[in-house]
Design a binder for this molecule. Structure first.
Ligand SMILES: [Zn+2]
Length: 203
């Protein structure tokens, strides 16, 4: 319901479906595209199609990848005994930026959120449990977001991991409460990682 007709209306509607883009922004972007050089718009359209065709999720950790497994899972120099659990691929980037972490990751694909109908079975939790069940992992660091959903997810995961006796730690407090990991600066996030507290000792 943009008030425009035809192709312009379709574009405004599509843009308005993107996260964080309200009707006014959708309209502004649509008119920007309308006035932009044709080759710029072609490049944008191609980037959209290429990312969809080429980028997928790592079969091991769920991070974004252009191959079956991501560059982090394939890197033999990473500490294979450490797994850091995050909600989204962008959180992997946030933690990588701190340069404090050399282990592996596990991307859940979200957080437990009963209001939006997201339960543990909608997340990549079974994959995590099977990864840690072979005994090669010495610590799981839970780095879900410091908000209600992230905390609920961390509590659930620590219960599940406790039953299979894997040591679990949680990022230290000091992160902006209620926000996302990506909003924490590198130094704060690095400190939270370094000062992580053990919440379940495992064996
Ligand atoms: Zn991976």
């Amino acid at each position: 319901m943009s008030g425009y007709d035809g192709a312009l209306a379709d574009l405004v509607d599509e843009l308005g479906r993107l996260p964080g883009i309200g009707p006014k922004s959708a309209q502004r972007i649509a008119f920007y595209i309308l006035g932009a050089p044709a080759e710029d718009v072609t490049r944008l359209a191609e980037a959209l199609q290429t990312v969809k065709a080429r980028v997928r999720f790592c079969e091991i950790c769920g991070n974004v990848s252009e191959e079956e497994t991501c560059a982090i899972c394939r890197d033999p120099r990473r500490n294979q005994a450490l797994i850091c659990v995050v909600e989204e691929p962008k959180d992997v980037l946030a933690i990588e930026r701190t340069r404090e972490y050399r282990g592996l990751y596990h991307v859940l694909g979200g957080a437990i959120n009963p209001i939006q109908g997201i339960g543990p079975e909608q997340l990549r939790i079974a994959g995590l449990l099977s990864r840690v069940s072979d005994g090669s992992v010495s610590e799981v660091i839970i780095a879900t977001n410091p908000n209600i959903e992230g905390e609920a997810t961390a509590a659930y995961l620590s219960r599940m991991l406790h039953t299979i006796e894997i040591p679990v730690s949680r990022l230290a407090s000091g992160l902006p409460v209620g926000g996302d990991l990506e909003y924490a600066d590198e130094i704060t996030l690095g400190r939270a990682l370094e000062g992580r507290r053990v919440i379940s000792a495992g064996r």
